[in-house]
Ligand binder design. Structure first.
Ligand code: PMP
Length: 358
């Protein structure tokens, strides 16, 4: 096998057993004589796939019965609009915490539909931390956070205690990395292309009482009620991406679930942060208490050396380590599918680079 270790922030690595299973079923899924790519979404065989996918996710995340699971299109960015269109309808107001680029974009989009109050922002320190917020506006229809900040490598070390106000979380880059208590949230959404499946599917987990009060102007495709009533099949869903997500959920269940995944992720990220904390050349950029398990950002402090590092790493089979264009430096995205061996190889390479360039 000549696979590289791909540290891309997304789309990103998928577990090899999942890719192998998808490959083995590519031409003939379970005796159907067709690929999942070729199936009618209205067929019994596909209905069985989507039902099992939902059942496995419910088991994996321990999703309470009063939550709907939706497999939608449009990416997480479409949820930046769908959330206010569906939820900003009682008082027309919502609170946003800005902890990075995506939460900023989500807030800006929500401003089109109502009054957005930015409770706090970590822009003052280039988003190297997550604001700690304890006070919320009582008349808010919801509070929005971005749980894991893909670009800046930070994660919420706490769950904002919003009381009766629904907490909405963009979990695109943190979903399934460790257990979360779904009941802490009114709504969770996540693009699939980091920790779940190929791009194309967006997961929405929403409490039932938050469904059904969308603005009149809300496009039918964005109405949670319509999507829930139609089992995510108001139109053609992202069929193949849903199927691969189902294989990933099975892989996680077989691994022992999200508690096991958390242990592995903490071990992987722990090794890398330990190395960074002891290095004389490299430095982690996120503040310690909110370091992401999924996206590890670091710099040498010298842009030319960063560039050299990324080029030599790529040549050594460690790809996509360049930081986001808005921050520079390096970012190692080590989602669930990144094997321990990938992180070990990265650390060994960094040690060698430090010797040669330190
Ligand atoms: N939110 C977060 C936290 C992300 O990391 C991303 C993608 N990198 C997005 C939203 C946007 O996702 P999409 O491309 O699926 O719209």
């Amino acid at each position: 096998m000549n696979r590289i270790f791909n540290f891309s922030a997304g789309p990103s690595m998928l577990p090899v057993p999942v890719l192998e299973r998808a490959a083995s079923e590519m031409l003939n899924y379970n005796g159907s004589g067709m690929s999942v790519m070729e199936m009618s979404h209205r067929s019994a065989v596909y209905q069985q796939i989507i039902d099992q996918t939902e059942a496995d996710l419910r088991k994996l995340m321990n999703i309470p019965d009063n939550y709907k699971v939706l497999f939608l299109q449009g990416g997480a960015s479409t949820q930046f609009s769908a959330v206010p269109l569906n939820l900003m309808t009682k008082n027309g107001k919502a609170d946003y915490i800005v902890s990075g680029q995506f939460s900023g974009k989500a807030a800006k989009e929500a401003e089109r539909y109502g009054e957005v109050r930015i409770l706090a922002s970590s822009k003052d320190k280039n988003f190297t931390y997550v604001p700690y917020v304890t006070e919320f506006n009582k008349d808010s229809d919801y509070v929005h956070i971005c749980y894991n900040n893909t670009i800046f490598g930070t994660v919420y070390p706490y769950v904002p205690q919003t009381g009766d106000i629904p907490l909405v979380a963009d979990m695109s880059s943190g979903i399934l990395s460790k257990p979360v208590n779904v009941a802490d949230y009114g709504l969770i959404y996540a693009g699939a292309q980091k920790n779940m499946a190929p791009a194309g599917m967006t997961l929405v987990i929403v409490r039932e009482d938050l469904i059904g009060d969308a603005m009149d102007c809300c496009p039918v495709m964005l109405q949670y009620k319509i999507q829930a009533e139609n089992g995510s099949m108001y139109n053609t869903p992202p069929c193949y991406s849903i199927y691969v997500a189902g294989l990933v959920y099975k892989w996680l269940l077989e691994l022992g679930g999200l508690e096991e995944m958390q242990k592995i992720n903490e071990a992987k990220a722990g090794m890398l942060y330990d190395f960074l904390d002891n290095s004389k050349l490299f430095k982690a950029t996120a503040e310690k208490e909110c370091r992401s398990l999924m996206n590890v950002c670091f710099v040498t402090g010298d842009a030319d050396l960063d560039k050299k590092f990324c080029a030599e790493a790529t040549a050594a089979g460690l790809s996509n380590l360049k930081g986001h264009r808005s921050v520079g430096g390096m970012r190692a995205s080590i989602y669930n599918a990144m094997p321990v061996a990938g992180v070990e190889a990265l650390i060994a390479f960094m040690e060698k680079f430090e010797k040669e360039n330190g």
